[in-house]
Ligand binder design. Sequence first.
Ligand SMILES: *[C@@H]1O[C@H](CO)[C@@H](O)[C@H](O)[C@H]1NC(C)=O
Ligand SMILES: *[C@@H]1O[C@H](CO)[C@@H](O)[C@H](O)[C@H]1NC(C)=O
Ligand SMILES: *[C@@H]1O[C@H](CO)[C@@H](O)[C@H](O)[C@H]1NC(C)=O
Ligand SMILES: *[C@@H]1O[C@H](CO)[C@@H](O)[C@H](O)[C@H]1NC(C)=O
Ligand SMILES: *[C@@H]1O[C@H](CO)[C@@H](O)[C@H](O)[C@H]1NC(C)=O
Ligand SMILES: *[C@@H]1O[C@H](CO)[C@@H](O)[C@H](O)[C@H]1NC(C)=O
Ligand SMILES: *[C@@H]1O[C@H](CO)[C@@H](O)[C@H](O)[C@H]1NC(C)=O
Ligand SMILES: *[C@@H]1O[C@H](CO)[C@@H](O)[C@H](O)[C@H]1NC(C)=O
Length: 424
Amino acid sequence: MFVLICATLLFSVRGIHAETGASVWGRQYCLTGTYCITLSEADITAEAGLCVVIPCSFSTATAFTTQHIVWFKCKTSNRKCGDSDIIFHTNKYNTKVQSLFKGRVSLLQPDVSQENCSIIINDLTESDSGAYQLRVNGLQYGYSDGLTYSERAVLSVKGLTQKPSVMIPPLTEGQQTTLTCTAPGLCSGSDPKFTWTWRGAGEKNSQITGNITALKTENLTAVTQRHSSTLTFNPSAEHHNSNVTCEVSFTNNITAEETVTLNVTFYPKILNGSKCEVQSGVLTCVCISKGIPLPYIIWPLLNNHSEYSVITTVSRQTIHSTLTVKDHSNTFVECVGRSRVGETQHNIPVITSPKREDPHGPSAQLPWVVVAVSLFVNVISIILIMFLWHTRKKVNPNQEDRMYMSIKKTDVSSDYEVIALPLN
Ligand SMILES: *[C@@H]1O[C@H](CO)[C@@H](O)[C@H](O)[C@H]1NC(C)=O
Ligand SMILES: *[C@@H]1O[C@H](CO)[C@@H](O)[C@H](O)[C@H]1NC(C)=O
Ligand SMILES: *[C@@H]1O[C@H](CO)[C@@H](O)[C@H](O)[C@H]1NC(C)=O
Ligand SMILES: *[C@@H]1O[C@H](CO)[C@@H](O)[C@H](O)[C@H]1NC(C)=O
Ligand SMILES: *[C@@H]1O[C@H](CO)[C@@H](O)[C@H](O)[C@H]1NC(C)=O
Ligand SMILES: *[C@@H]1O[C@H](CO)[C@@H](O)[C@H](O)[C@H]1NC(C)=O
Ligand SMILES: *[C@@H]1O[C@H](CO)[C@@H](O)[C@H](O)[C@H]1NC(C)=O
Ligand SMILES: *[C@@H]1O[C@H](CO)[C@@H](O)[C@H](O)[C@H]1NC(C)=O
């Protein structure tokens, strides 16, 4: 009993406590030579949703046997925290632990005789910011005794800024792949919730149909766990440039998310629609290739020709190459699609078409329809101009009018502009 009074007395005479030495992680504060506590010197900072370790060690008189460790949180203006401020008690039957902290605090070293009072606080919220005070309860000379250390650990909890990390292996078209999202923080609180969402590139949203593991927990130590979730799917060209977001949701609606853009590699392919045709000794070949990165098209045939024309058009991941050359000796023409990723080769069979005189073929009719439409538009335009010229007698049709006319004509069909030109 005497010791208890003595200790309390020592506690009350705050001025006399001496600060002795500094260790790597903290500073030791002593009430007397034997009752010491080592705490982090600086304020401890942490983020909401995650957890924090308050490092702590203590020592007592040799005759004192530690039985329980108690942590309090109270206003710094209160010289000593009271029973209503208990946030942790090693006696799990203690009923005074604040409900807001129940189940969230644990000792890193459960053996109190190790004099290690470090605690981990999980599922942090900003309201956990404050000063934390330690008390040890035990026996001395057969009597119950206890001591509250005056030095406190100061914790400051800020909003969550850490993001989950998303791991993407190289993505190749058609090869099943697994993205892994790992939650920030190594804690032992409530399991976070993972949500995967994705937004496709281009006009239509490409949905990823895949298998999601809702949660994977990895025990690193007794008090630290790593949480992750995986998304397994079959990447296709449509997924290229789409954004995948992993959202991690902790207790109290604290969330963090990370978005990654998918980069799918697509081996070059020669698509259907590639064809070759000979007409009046002129060979016209179309080769269509698709790939990511976009391939380019090689015509090995051109090594033996000096006069040819090649027209290339590109739309998204597809390239069209149209070759025109005077040659009709081939039965097939080789087309090569090549990109950084590889190349693919295709032999296109050559079809010999009869001459274009066939009036019944739809391909032969179409230009005449266009010519007729062009003629009609031009005649209407001329009549219109004549009319305007007559109404505005002295005003000649100016340059703008003519411009308008030619735009009009082009609007009909730019493809057949050549055919329409002579009629102008
Ligand atoms: C307290 O125990 C934890 C867990 O065993 C350990 O990591 C930490 O270093 C210990 N602290 C001290 C001051 O011994
Ligand atoms: C994907 O994200 C990037 C940057 O975060 C953005 O520039 C791009 O527009 C997004 N794409 C889609 C399809 O949402
Ligand atoms: C998802 O899992 C089911 C059953 O385990 C399997 O049949 C299916 O192929 C998987 N889908 C993907 C995209 O991995
Ligand atoms: C992780 O630890 C918890 C309790 O500490 C236990 O229930 C769980 O089975 C452990 N999980 C693994 C994968 O070891
Ligand atoms: C969390 O947020 C959602 C919507 O944002 C809301 O419906 C829900 O009630 C919130 N839950 C809590 C515990 O605040
Ligand atoms: C995606 O691919 C492009 C082109 O190969 C490369 O420049 C870029 O760094 C890649 N991005 C990612 C996230 O892998
Ligand atoms: C291309 O044509 C072949 C045979 O006509 C067919 O089997 C194949 O599915 C087609 N491929 C595509 C991508 O349309
Ligand atoms: C080009 O001509 C040579 C000889 O005239 C021939 O051996 C070769 O196969 C030709 N190459 C192609 C792509 O036609």
